[in-house]
Design a protein around this ligand. Sequence first.
Ligand code: NAD
Length: 483
Amino acid sequence: MNTKKPTQITIARGDGIGPEIMDATLRILTAAGADLEIEEIEIGEKIYQQGHSAGILPEAWDSLRKTRVFLKAPITTPQGGGFKSLNVTTRKVLGLFANVRPCVSYHPFVDTKHPEMDVVIIRENEEDLYAGIEHQQTDEVYQCLKLISRPGTEKIIRYAFEYAKAYNRKKVTCFTKDNIMKMTDGLFHKVFDEIGNEYPDIEKEHWIVDIGAAKLADTPEKFDVIVMPNLYGDILSDVAAQITGSVGLAGSANIGDGFAMFEAIHGSAPRIAGMNKANPSGLLLGAIQMLVHIGQQDVAEKIQNAWLRTLEDGMHTYDIFKENLSKARLGTKEFADAVIERLGQKPQQLKPISYSNQSANFKITLKPQQEVVKKLVGVDVFICSKQRDPESLAKRLQVSNSDELKLSMITNRGTKVWPDGFPETFCTDHWRCRFKPNNASKINYADVLTLMKSIHETDLEIIKTENLYEFDGVAGYTAAQGQ
Ligand code: NAD
C-alpha cells in the first residue's frame, strides 16, 4: 500500500488565458497520476480591483508559506502607478532568486529557423533594475536604481554552474554590459569568472550582452546554459522562446531556498482569452519542472514524453500550426486531450526525456564575506538647477568649499561639463557635483553635513547625495564620461 502523502501545492488560475491553460494542465497532471494535494488562491486583476495593490490577498501568503510550491498561471498587471507586479513581488518576497527558462526547438515538428536549439536561460530574479526603486528627481530627470549585490550574484552564478553539472550541460555563458556598467555588471562578470574557476569541467564564456543577444538570435545552437542579470534575462528569454517556434512553448521555474514557483514564460494574452485557442504547453512545461522539483520525476517524464509525441503527431495549437507540418489545429482543451491520449507513449524521432537520477534540488551556499576597509573619500551632491551654465553653477558651489571638501567636477547625465566641458554638451536641470578632500587628509560624514548645510544656504536645491568610498584602497565609484 502506498502510504506516501500527496505533495501539497498552491495554484492560481490568473487572468486572460490563465484559467484555460491551468485547466488543461491540471487535467493532464491528474491523468498522468501526479500525486498532489491542491490548494487554490486567487490573484490578479480581480484582486487589484478590490484595492490590493500587490494583486494578492494577504491571507493567500499563508497557503504559499505552507505548501512552498506555487503553480501560477499568468496574470494581467494593470497599467499605471500604484500597482506592483505580483510576479516580481512573489519572486522577491519569497526569495526566488533563480529563474530557469529552457528554450528548446522541436524540429521538424514545430517550424523554426533554428532546428538545433536547446538553450537554458538562467535569469537573476531579485535585483538589478527590478528593485523597483524609481524617483522623479527634477522636472526633467527620472531615475531607476540598478542594484547588483555580491551575495545575489554569487547565488545565481553558482546556481547556473550547479544546474549545468546536474543536467550534464557542457558550457555556461554569461552576458553583461560591463564595458559600460563597470561596477554593477562588472561585479556580475567578475563573480562569474571567480566561481567558474571552481568548475573546471564546464566550458565558460562571456559576451557583452548586445553582441551576445545578436549571436543568440542568429546561432542559438552554439549556446547551452546562459546566465544573466535580471533585465537582460527577462528580454532574452522571450526572444529565445519565440525563436524556437512560439513563446507559448516555454515554461519557467523560479527557485529559492525552500520555495519555488512554476509558470509559463508568456503573459495572459488577453486578445485570445476565453477562445479555447491558447497553447497550454508553457504552463505544462512549468508544471513538469515542478514535478521534478518535488521528486515526481517519473510522472514528469511520462507527461513530457506524451507531449513530445503529441507535437510529433502534428497535433498543434494555432500558434504553431503550419499547413505542411500539422495534422490538426486544436483548441486548448483538445490539445490537452491529445496529450492525455498519448500518456505512456514516447516520441519516435525527438529525443525521449529521462529525469531518473536527476534532481534539481541542489543547495546553494555562500562563502563568508571577507572584511574590507571602507573609507569615505568624498561626496557627489546632486543639484537641481534650471540655469544651464556649468561655469556659473561651479562659481555658486565653490562658495561652499571648505578646508575639508572642495568642488572637483560637475557632470550632467554623467558627462563632465566642468571644468573644461564642451559647449556642445546638452544639459538638463540635473547636475552631479563631486566634492573631494582638499588634501590627503581624512574626512568624515560630519564634513559632508557641513558642506550640505553650506550649499543649502546658497539657495541651491540638493536633490540627493551619494557618498564616495574606497574599499581596501580601491575606488567604489566611477569616473565621469569625458573625465
Ligand atoms: P503575452 O505573453 O501575454 O502575449 C504576447 C503574444 O504571444 C501575443 O500575441 C499572444 O497572443 C501570444 N501568446 C502568449 N501566450 C500564448 C499561448 N499560450 N498560446 C498562444 N499564443 C500565446 O504578452 P503581452 O501581451 O505583452 O502581455 C499581456 C499581459 O500579460 C500584460 O498585462 C502583462 O503584464 C502580463 N504578463 C504576465 C506575465 C506573468 O504572469 N508571468 C508575464 C508576462 C506578461
